[in-house]
Design a protein around this ligand. Sequence first.
Ligand code: HEC
Ligand code: HEC
Ligand code: HEC
Ligand code: HEC
Ligand code: HEC
Ligand code: HEC
Ligand code: HEC
Ligand code: HEC
Ligand code: HEC
Ligand code: HEC
Ligand code: HEC
Length: 315
Amino acid sequence: MKHDDAEKRGAGLNLPSVSVPKISFRIVLKGFIFLFVLIMSAVVSYAAEIDCLACHEALTKEKFVHPAALMGCLLCHSAIDAREIPHKINNTSAKGLSSEQPELCFGCHDASKFTGKTTHEAVRMGCTGCHNPHSSKNAKLLLSEQSELCYTCHDKNTFAGRFMHVPVVIGMCTACHAAHQSANDRLLIKEPPDLCYTCHDATDFRRKNVHAPVAAGLCLSCHDPHASRYEILLRKEPADVCLDCHAEIRKQSHVVSGGHPLGIGKEDQKLDDPVRTGKRFYCGSCHSPHSSDSVKLFRYPVNTTFDLCLKCHNK
Ligand code: HEC
Ligand code: HEC
Ligand code: HEC
Ligand code: HEC
Ligand code: HEC
Ligand code: HEC
Ligand code: HEC
Ligand code: HEC
Ligand code: HEC
Ligand code: HEC
Ligand code: HEC
């Protein structure tokens, strides 16, 4: 195809000229070949002199091997002179490393993938806080199994409680958090409520009448994402969670004149929910905390308040 043919076709579509990327691609390719030959010849000539693995064989013996470790030890340990033992180190970096971390790793790994609006402090501290640079028995060269990795720096007790969220129990921290960086706060892979909807069916939260804090995505105003001493990962005693925002309910009669039990106070807290066996009686026995097809967020599809009474008081 002729050059100006291509230009004509592109004109209407406002595409960039096809010839430009071709030239720059060639330049880049040539540059790569040149660099590759240069590096490999340097590495090969030194390696021919000293076989590092003759003495350090164990480093690359684990199941998952870092391709870099096979490309040549001196790619990272450029300042090691191994002709003597102990080795001579020709720079100020520990272990004769070419540069400090994480820059060392950014020599081959695109730095922009590891820094974002929120960057994990652990990444700044050095990639080898989580990865073995040579080989590992764990996938992704991780220092320990993923379920234990985060606890090497984060206190396990902070994520434990009488009631624990299932993904936390099984150590799936990375189901919610990015290990390196994120565009969201707290390294979250998504913001709530979308984060929660990756595992929880959203329909329970989108019925006709949606509770204001749910509509605002404030799942965390009532739930702790990790663990809690209160059931259902609630941040407080169930009724207290509601009274935080509905303090007025405490002061006035609710449901019946003189007041209906509400699950507040020591005696009330012992009442069982007459409909839902095994659950205690509280605000959530009559109201759904999330959304409902009935008025006043009633938990049951009732047309009148009286129908609601009949749910628990048969006669
Ligand atoms: C991708 C970069 C990289 C490559 C390639 C690499 N190393 Fe390392 N090496 C490191 C880093 C980083 C450390 C420091 C680890 C730490 O501080 O936890 C290290 C540490 C070491 C140590 C100290 C003992 C230890 O386990 O911490 C030895 C020995 C070593 N490397 C030998 C080698 C040999 C031999 C090769 C080639 C087979 C090699 N390295 C290839 C990055 C590399
Ligand atoms: C003849 C055996 C032998 C060979 C070959 C050898 N090493 Fe070592 N290496 C050792 C011993 C022994 C030590 C531990 C003593 C020390 O700290 O120097 C060591 C330590 C190291 C350390 C850790 C140094 C530190 O400051 O903690 C690094 C990194 C390392 N070697 C890299 C290399 C590299 C890269 C090569 C190849 C260019 C190599 N070694 C070849 C025996 C060897
Ligand atoms: C000399 C180039 C080079 C350097 C320097 C380098 N890497 Fe790599 N690394 C690679 C290549 C090539 C791969 C395989 C392709 C890929 O996954 O990007 C890889 C893959 C990885 C993987 C994924 C392994 C897997 O099983 O999916 C991890 C983790 C990793 N590197 C960590 C590091 C860390 C940590 C450092 C710094 C201590 C580092 N790399 C420095 C070249 C390098
Ligand atoms: C807090 C621990 C931690 C630190 C620090 C860390 N990583 Fe990772 N890295 C992980 C985990 C966990 C995975 C696996 C992610 C997954 O499977 O979702 C991973 C995966 C990777 C991968 C495989 C590609 C991918 O995204 O799955 C590469 C490459 C990598 N890390 C390189 C690095 C480099 C380079 C650094 C330093 C700049 C670094 N990591 C720092 C924990 C860490
Ligand atoms: C090498 C140590 C280290 C490891 C391993 C580590 N972290 Fe961290 N992490 C830190 C430090 C340091 C901070 C900042 C201080 C703090 O908040 O405790 C931090 C902060 C965080 C934060 C809060 C970020 C923010 O912006 O508020 C989250 C979330 C987090 N880490 C998750 C994880 C997860 C998930 C893992 C396992 C994949 C993990 N960390 C493994 C050291 C580590
Ligand atoms: C179900 C999703 C989810 C899982 C699984 C999860 N987290 Fe979180 N994590 C969050 C959310 C959401 C926040 C933000 C809490 C807030 O802002 O109140 C958070 C906050 C954090 C923080 C910041 C400090 C704090 O407590 O607010 C750290 C550190 C952290 N998580 C580490 C971890 C570790 C380690 C694991 C694995 C044991 C883990 N997370 C598992 C969702 C999760
Ligand atoms: C990685 C999947 C996953 C994500 C993401 C997730 N959850 Fe869960 N969650 C579960 C599983 C599994 C259970 C237990 C089974 C069930 O009850 O459905 C559970 C249970 C719960 C429970 C009931 C706990 C109990 O003791 O009965 C609450 C409350 C909860 N999640 C809230 C949240 C919130 C809030 C978010 C978002 C911040 C969230 N979840 C994100 C998987 C997840
Ligand atoms: C106003 C407080 C509040 C808000 C906001 C809230 N929840 Fe709940 N959630 C509760 C209460 C109370 C229960 C217990 C209901 C009961 O008595 O069975 C619960 C129960 C749950 C359960 C257990 C299964 C079920 O439906 O009973 C899950 C999962 C859950 N919530 C997830 C979420 C998610 C995801 C969000 C955000 C979209 C959210 N919650 C927002 C208070 C709240
Ligand atoms: C984070 C604050 C907050 C919490 C916690 C909270 N609510 Fe609400 N709730 C609101 C807001 C805001 C409205 C809408 C304004 C209003 O009517 O007061 C509302 C409205 C309601 C309504 C009236 C709905 C209607 O259609 O008229 C009921 C019923 C209700 N909440 C029950 C509960 C129950 C039960 C709990 C505990 C599980 C609870 N709320 C916890 C903020 C909250
Ligand atoms: C026995 C069932 C029942 C219990 C338990 C209950 N409510 Fe209600 N709630 C109702 C009924 C019925 C209405 C509608 C009253 C009306 O229309 O006058 C209502 C209305 C409301 C409203 C809306 C008020 C308005 O003026 O529209 C809020 C907010 C509310 N309840 C919160 C709570 C909180 C918080 C608790 C727990 C402390 C609670 N309810 C416990 C049955 C109950
Ligand atoms: C979710 C179940 C539930 C619903 C719905 C419900 N109640 Fe109750 N009600 C109870 C429980 C539990 C008690 C306390 C235990 C008992 O006395 O049986 C109670 C007690 C009462 C009492 C006795 C009050 C006292 O102080 O001893 C009256 C009156 C009453 N309810 C009226 C109503 C009316 C009217 C409605 C409808 C507006 C209603 N209830 C809806 C569960 C419910």
